[in-house]
Design a protein around this ligand. Structure first.
Ligand SMILES: Cc1cc2nc3c(=O)[nH]c(=O)nc-3n(C[C@H](O)[C@H](O)[C@H](O)COP(=O)(O)OP(=O)(O)OC[C@H]3O[C@@H](n4cnc5c(N)ncnc54)[C@H](O)[C@@H]3O)c2cc1C
Length: 265
């Protein structure tokens, strides 16, 4: 008798799946399918927040859009809960799911920069480091997060802000279009004219509307950003805040006044 894996359907029913069914699914993928017996399982269920300890039944390391469609169809047919993983930075660990299928996009990390139209087509598993690296070669950038390892997926779908926000708005203000696999396995393109409701929802509505396989961003001519968090000792709060209040309104021009107390991450 072949091995079976158990999982629950929204905590109401316990279901089982035969290893043969899993093997057929695995053979349909270009990427790897990881189960609790795979040597890669522990790494595949590890995300940024080390307090998260979820145990998926399967992790599909998708290599392309076809793998994403196959994964969505498989989960729907098997009544298996799904999570989508991009950079894995979400604090509560929404990139993972207990007893379900993780659609892991982290291998889908291609970026195509078009320096002539100043746009970039970015696969859904990219980190902001991937995007910045590709766009910087052309002296271009979009509004990314402040840490290079954050994923484009969760940050964009949550709105997104970073060092360029004061000049160019939120990340979603720079989103031009997206490719999405919906829950029925269909593939759609969305922008302000095509499937506009979906486009509106993606721009800040979170990750519940489908799997975004790629994002298209507007780029801006940016060569270097000199920025970073600044930290002062707590006992200097009053002096620092008074100085900052005057400096930000333009009353002072003394950018090096407190330099000896600054440490930059
Ligand atoms: C160190 C650190 C620095 C941060 N800095 C910033 C910052 O500068 N600016 C800012 O705005 N935010 C910042 N954040 C917050 C960050 O944007 C959110 O935690 C975001 O959810 C992380 O996205 P992710 O793709 O890495 O996470 P994940 O955990 O992979 O995904 C987060 C959520 O989005 C969903 N999702 C991810 N990708 C897709 C996709 N392609 N299609 C559909 N759903 C998807 C997931 O299912 C999950 O629900 C930071 C977080 C950390 C931990």
């Amino acid at each position: 008798m072949s091995k079976q894996y158990s999982y629950s359907d929204n905590d109401t029913e316990t279901l089982t799946i035969d290893e043969e069914v899993i093997q057929i699914f695995a053979a349909s993928l270009r990427g790897e399918l990881i189960n609790p017996d795979s040597p890669e399982y522990e790494e595949a269920r590890t995300i940024y927040n080390a307090m998260i300890d979820k145990r998926p039944v399967l992790v599909a390391k998708c290599a392309n859009v076809a793998d994403v469609i196959a994964s969505v169809n498989f989960a729907r047919e098997q009544k298996m809960e799904v999570s989508i993983r991009s950079g894995g930075h979400n604090g509560p660990g929404l990139a993972l799911v207990d007893e379900g299928l993780v659609i892991d996009l982290s291998s889908m990390n291609g970026v195509r920069v078009d320096p002539f139209s100043k746009t970039a087509r970015v696969e859904g598993g990219c980190t902001w480091g991937d995007v910045d690296h590709a766009a910087h070669a052309f002296g271009l950038a979009t509004v990314s997060g402040v840490i290079s390892t954050t994923g484009v997926g969760g940050l964009t779908l949550g709105g997104g802000h970073g060092y360029l926000t004061r000049k160019f708005g939120l990340t979603i203000d720079n989103l031009l279009s997206a490719d999405v696999v919906l829950a029925d396995g269909s593939f759609v393109h969305t922008n302000k004219d095509k499937n506009p409701d979906l486009f509106w929802a993606l721009r800040g509505g979170g990750g519940n509307f489908g799997v975004v396989t790629s994002f298209e961003y507007k780029l801006h001519p940016i060569k270097n950003v000199i920025a970073g968090p600044l930290f002062w000792p707590i006992d200097q709060v009053e002096t620092t805040m008074k100085w900052y209040r005057d400096w930000i309104t333009g009353k002072l021009f003394t950018p090096i006044l407190l330099v000896e107390h600054i440490s930059i991450l």
